[in-house]
Design a protein around this ligand. Structure first.
Ligand SMILES: [Zn+2]
Length: 129
């Protein structure tokens, strides 16, 4: 009659979790390559700066900031993907960090490195920091 006395959080089976491993590894690889190239581009932009005029660096400075911003975003994703792979090892992949319910498979197909279901993700974003 009462609610199921199940104190354990909802979990995908080990096999279900492992299914996402190749996808995560592929993202990691793709990001790694991209990240390297971008860092290279930023370094080139930086060493290229202290030249003859030194006056009109405005446009270059802007694009450098823009590129650094991109790297930051990719870095966040990179870390999330690594954490997701760790969660597969721990056996907690696919469970929402917020409500401890299963993250819908459709969401995991799109963002396999997410820690939250859609609702908890939105709550986390609204809460700010
Ligand atoms: Zn949740």
């Amino acid at each position: 009659m009462g609610p199921l006395h199940d104190s354990a959080m909802a979990r995908l089976t080990k096999a279900q979790q492992k299914k996402y491993q190749p996808t995560l590894l592929r993202i990691l690889r793709n990001l790694g390559v991209k990240l390297e190239r971008m860092e290279e581009a930023v370094l080139l932009a930086q060493t290229d700066g202290g030249g003859d005029d030194g006056e009109d660096l405005g446009a270059e400075g802007y694009s450098r900031d823009f590129q650094l911003g991109l790297i930051e975003n990719e870095d966040v994703i990179l870390r999330s993907v690594r954490a997701a792979l760790q969660r597969i090892e721990l056996g907690t992949f696919g469970t929402c960090d917020g409500c401890e319910e299963l993250i819908p498979p459709r969401r995991l197909e799109v963002v396999p490195y997410t820690r939250f279901c859609v609702e908890c993700k939105q709550e986390a974003e609204n809460a700010g920091d």
